[in-house]
Design a protein around this ligand. Structure first.
Ligand code: HEM
Length: 146
């Protein structure tokens, strides 16, 4: 598949994923203190159920397109310390893999019925911080040079 198509797919999947995480952290965490605990719990369960059906497809597109593009940059990735681009892209990929680990943890806890509000909250905040890093790195790797 051509690079521009992979990039477009990656960008659309990224905006759905990043948008969802930002919504959950900025809006959902923001209303937590104004909503009764039981209502919040019901909302979180409903959101987790929706996420379980939609997010695997979004992540499939996001990571497949990312791997497809990484193949084009395999020269730089093979020697990450030789260029600023290779290093920043490597860190971005490591952060993306860590996000995937968070996702698997949330899915596993959700399936076992053990996803408590406290897990929900900390997983979202951690993924949110990863997202900020990934977006900054995705742009910095093209504009920062040393
Ligand atoms: C949580 C997962 C990920 C998110 C949220 C994410 C997000 C992004 C974003 C926002 C961009 C900038 C796109 C643009 O400005 O046009 C980007 C670019 C890129 N991503 Fe990802 N990404 C993720 C995972 C991955 C993975 C796993 C890989 C590779 C294995 C990857 C490889 C790339 C590459 C090579 C680019 C540069 C594309 C270009 O502008 O030429 N990404 N990513």
């Amino acid at each position: 598949m051509s690079y521009p198509i992979l990039l477009t797919l990656h960008l659309f999947a990224a905006l759905i994923f990043i948008g969802t995480v930002f919504f959950e952290v900025i809006f959902l965490e923001g209303v937590r203190k104004h909503v009764p605990r039981e209502v919040m719990r019901t909302m979180e369960t409903a959101i987790a159920t929706r996420a379980r059906s939609l997010m695997p497809w979004v992540l499939l597109v996001l990571y497949s397109a990312g791997i497809g593009m990484a193949w084009y940059h395999r020269g730089a990735l093979a020697h990450p310390l030789d260029s600023s681009f290779g290093l920043l892209l490597t860190i971005k990929i490591v952060l993306a893999l860590s996000v995937f680990g968070h996702f698997l943890t949330a899915m596993t806890l959700g399936k076992k019925g053990k996803l408590r509000s406290v897990h929900f909250k900390y997983i979202h905040i951690s993924v949110f911080c990863h997202m900020v890093g990934i977006v900054l790195l995705a742009k910095a790797m093209f504009y920062l040079h040393w």
